[in-house]
Design a protein. Structure first.
Ligand code: ZN
Length: 409
């Protein structure tokens, strides 16, 4: 229970929607996390009536710094400290887009004629897709040895675990890493080694998704499909179709998708990220169990209804979408809240931690603030990720248990 609360304004004061000046201040004290939730629910209950400012102090808790909500006008948002503490998942994160900057700089020492590393791998917040993709020329170039691939995978898992990500599905395109003579098998095994080592050192579970590139030939995507099957039950759980969308519809690669589905692997497909709502329908018809991004879903109402009805999870990556989609000026412009309200299972992910300079904590904080997400919505997003994960049932049970313990302590 809330240990102390004193209202300096009457809760019975009538609500005046256009009143912007502060009309009341609430002081709250809480010691435990469950009190924190109760305080937040209390705020949500009464906020429309009389709160315009809320100050709080958690005198004996580890949330001593303002850690739960700040109220500005009528907007509440969760603070980064609390989001950091949540047991999170990341289902859409590219290995070659999520290296540490220091690691790229170090590995790039061996490469001739590279441009300014930092400027190249961290594009501006708003940029063309071409400019954004130029960053990958550098990161892919430094990931051509087993040592660098293992290191990148390990460090990504380490970074995620340190922000309390409990489960992550890393994806990458193995055929892009053969320039120095590695076989596709050596490439996949080097990445799996990094992930396995990190799982020993940190409380994180991981799986690997192999990407086929849409701009490449269907023969290449079929190679990726057969490679994925070789590593079924050895850490690889799915294939993905990634890369540019214009002129490269997912249907071109139907054979690769059919091959992996017949073998029992999962499928996710990038679709409707920067255009092309019709690609989302194609991805669903191919059998994709999740849609990478799906930002443009709203342009195709029929498919949107199908996604609602079939409850197909969307892998939303807010900052990446803001950078590339071309339809947003701020997080609040993202159609994800509309999709969430319609009952579509939204998941929140990072896409490219390096290029966007973010982590899951950042993404969850940003959308919590932009949309005033409630606790129930936050919990639902996390729970959606567990349900949508391509993990074995025992791993999902573990993730559900971690969430249960966290939210009921
Ligand atoms: Zn992606």
């Amino acid at each position: 229970m809330v240990s102390s609360a004193s209202f300096l304004a009457s809760p019975h004061q009538p609500h005046q929607p256009n009143e912007l000046l502060p009309r009341g201040i609430l002081f709250l004290w809480g010691n435990e996390l469950n009190e924190l939730y109760e305080l937040y629910e209390l705020y949500e209950l009464y906020q429309p009536l009389f709160f315009t400012q809320l100050l709080h102090t958690f005198q004996y808790s580890r949330f001593l710094e303002l850690s739960i909500v700040m109220i500005c006008g009528n907007i509440a948002y969760m603070k980064r400290d609390l989001v950091y503490d949540l047991p999170k998942l990341d289902l859409h994160v590219h290995l070659d887009g999520s290296l540490r900057l220091g690691t790229v700089v170090e590995l790039a020492q061996d490469l001739p004629d590279l441009p300014n590393i930092k400027e190249t791998v961290i594009p501006p917040l708003r940029c063309s897709l071409e400019r954004y993709l130029a960053a990958f020329d550098v990161t892919v170039a430094v990931l051509q040895t087993e040592v660098s691939l293992t290191r990148a995978a390990y460090e990504l898992c380490e970074d995620a675990a340190k922000e309390n990500v409990i489960y992550m599905e890393i994806r990458f395109a193995p055929l892009l890493h053969l320039r120095k003579g590695l076989t596709p098998q050596q490439v996949v095994e080097a990445v799996l080694t990094g992930m396995t080592e990190a799982e020993k050192d940190y409380p994180i579970k991981t799986n690997l998704i192999l990407c086929a590139m849409k701009q490449e030939s269907p023969a290449n995507s079929e190679k990726v499909a057969r490679l994925a099957i070789e590593y079924l039950d050895k850490g690889v759980v799915a294939i993905d179709l990634a890369g540019p969308e214009v002129n490269f519809p997912p249907i071109r690669h139907h054979k690769a998708v059919e091959i992996v589905r017949a073998a029992g692997l999962h499928v996710t497909i990038h679709a409707g990220e920067g255009c092309c709502a019709n690609h989302i329908k194609q991805a669903i018809d191919l059998g994709a169990e999740r849609i990478g991004h799906g930002v443009y879903l709203y342009e195709d109402k029929k498919t949107e209804n199908e996604v609602v009805k079939k409850k197909i999870p969307l892998e939303i990556c807010p900052t990446s979408n803001l950078q590339i989609s071309g339809i947003m000026n701020s997080y609040a412009d993202h159609p994800m809240k509309q999709y969430l309200d319609e009952g579509i299972p939204i998941t929140l992910n990072t896409d490219n931690r390096l290029m966007s300079q973010i982590d899951v904590t950042h993404e969850l904080s940003a959308v919590s603030e932009a949309f005033c997400l409630s606790w129930d919505e936050i919990k639902m997003i996390l729970s959606n990720s567990v349900s949508a994960a391509f993990a074995a049932e025992d791993v999902k049970d573990h993730l559900r248990e971690v969430h249960y313990r966290y939210f009921n302590r």
